[in-house]
Design a protein around this ligand. Structure first.
Ligand code: FES
Length: 320
C-alpha cells in the first residue's frame, strides 16, 4: 500500500458520541460505492495538514453490507502526535480526505462454534462492524464492553437495540470489571475470543485464555501502536543514497516518506509486518515498538518496523 492507491472521500457527517470520540461518515467524492470489506477491517486515513501529513489507521464500524459510505470512530488521544487532533479540530463536514483501501487483520474465524468479543473504550469500533456480520447467523456470540463510565460508552444505544442481552456492560466508575477467568474457563470447544482496547486489557485476556488452555489460534487481538515520540536521530537509506533526519515527534516511516521515499504499509501500527525493513548497519540500539517481530528477531537487530520503531545511537543504515 502507498499513497498512489488511495481513494478521495468527503466527510458527510460528524457526531460527537462521547466526550473523547467523534463519529465520522465518509463517502466517495465521485458518489460511487466504496470497496467491499468485512467486519474487523481498518482503513488508513491520510490527513494533509499545512506542514505535515498524518496517516492513521481507524477501524471501519459501518455495515459491511452498506458501501455508499464508511463510518469510523476517532478518539482524541492525549499523547497525540497530531493525527487525532487534526481529525477532531481541523476536519469539518465537507472536508476532503484520502483513505487507503480496507484491510482486515482482525477477521472473524469462519468455522468458530462461538465468538466472544471483548472491547475496552474505543476498541469497540471493529466489533460494531463484526456484530453486523454475526447478526442473524446461526453461530452464538456475545459482547463484553468495558468503559470508564456510562458517558464514555460509544455506540451503545445502537448495539443494545440490535443485540439486546448479548451486550454485557462494565463501568469502571461503578466498580464493575470483567471476570476473565469465569468468562474464559467454561466455553465450548471451538470458541474464539477477540479483544481490542488498551494494552492492559489485551494482555489480561490473552494471558487468561492461555492459562485456561485455549490454543493460540483461537485468541485474536488487535492493537495498533501509536508511534511513540523519542530522541531525534539520523538514518542513511542505502539504495536511495539519502540521509534522513528523524525528529522527536515524527516516526521513522513518516520521516522517510517526507524525504520522498515510499515504504510499503498496511497498518502503520506495528501489526501487519508489511513495512519490515532490513538493517544494514547499526552503531547504537533499535527501539522496537511493534507486535510483529519475535523477541529473538528483535534481539538480532537485523530488521526494523519503521511505522512504530525508532533507533538510538550514531549510525543506522537501512535497505531502502
Ligand atoms: S505497516 Fe504494519 S507493521 Fe508497519
Amino acid at each position: 500500500m502507498n499513497d498512489a492507491q488511495t481513494l478521495a472521500v468527503e466527510v458527510k457527517a460528524i457526531e460527537q458520541v462521547t466526550p473523547l470520540i467523534k463519529h465520522f461518515t465518509l463517502a466517495a467524492v465521485d458518489g460511487g460505492d466504496l470497496p467491499a470489506f468485512s467486519g474487523g477491517s481498518h482503513i488508513i486515513v491520510v490527513m494533509r495538514g499545512a506542514s505535515r501529513v498524518h496517516r492513521n489507521p481507524y477501524s471501519l464500524l459501518s455495515s459491511p453490507r452498506q458501501l455508499s459510505h464508511y463510518e469510523i470512530g476517532v478518539r482524541r488521544m492525549e499523547e497525540s502526535r497530531g493525527g487525532s487532533h487534526f481529525m477532531h479540530d481541523a476536519v469539518q463536514v465537507g472536508s476532503s480526505l484520502e483513505i487507503a483501501h480496507p484491510v482486515n487483520l482482525f477477521g472473524l474465524d469462519k468455522i468458530a462454534r462461538k465468538h466472544i468479543l471483548i472491547a475496552g473504550g474505543v476498541g469497540i469500533t471493529p466489533f460494531v462492524a463484526q456484530l453486523e456480520d454475526l447478526h442473524g447467523g446461526s453461530v452464538p456470540y456475545e459482547l463484553h464492553y468495558s468503559v470508564r463510565s456510562p458517558e464514555h460508552a460509544a455506540f451503545l444505544d445502537t448495539l443494545r437495540s440490535r443485540e439486546g442481552d448479548r451486550v454485557h456492560m462494565y463501568y469502571d466508575s461503578e466498580g464493575h470489571s470483567i471476570d476473565f477467568e469465569g468468562l474464559l474457563s467454561h466455553q465450548p470447544l471451538g470458541t474464539h475470543v477477540y479483544v481490542c482496547g488498551p494494552a492492559g486489557l489485551i494482555s489480561r485476556v490473552t494471558n487468561t485464555a492461555k492459562s485456561c488452555g485455549w490454543p493460540n489460534s483461537h485468541i485474536h487481538w488487535e492493537q495498533f501502536s501509536a508511534p511513540p515520540v523519542g530522541d531525534a536521530f539520523e538514518v542513511f537509506l542505502a539504495r536511495s543514497r539519502l540521509t534522513v533526519h528523524v525528529p522527536p515527534d515524527r516516526s521513522l516511516m513518516e520521516s522517510i516518506e517526507a524525504a520522498g521515499v515510499e515504504v510499503p504499509y498496511l497498518c502503520r501500527g506495528g501489526v501487519c509486518g508489511f513495512c519490515q525493513t532490513r538493517v544494514l548497519e547499526l552503531d547504537g540500539e533499535l527501539e522496537h515498538n511493534d507486535h510483529f517481530l519475535s523477541d529473538a528477531d528483535k534481539a538480532k537487530g537485523k530488521s526494523i518496523m519503521p511505522c512504530v520503531s525508532r533507533a538510538h545511537g550514531k549510525r543506522l543504515v537501512l535497505d531502502l
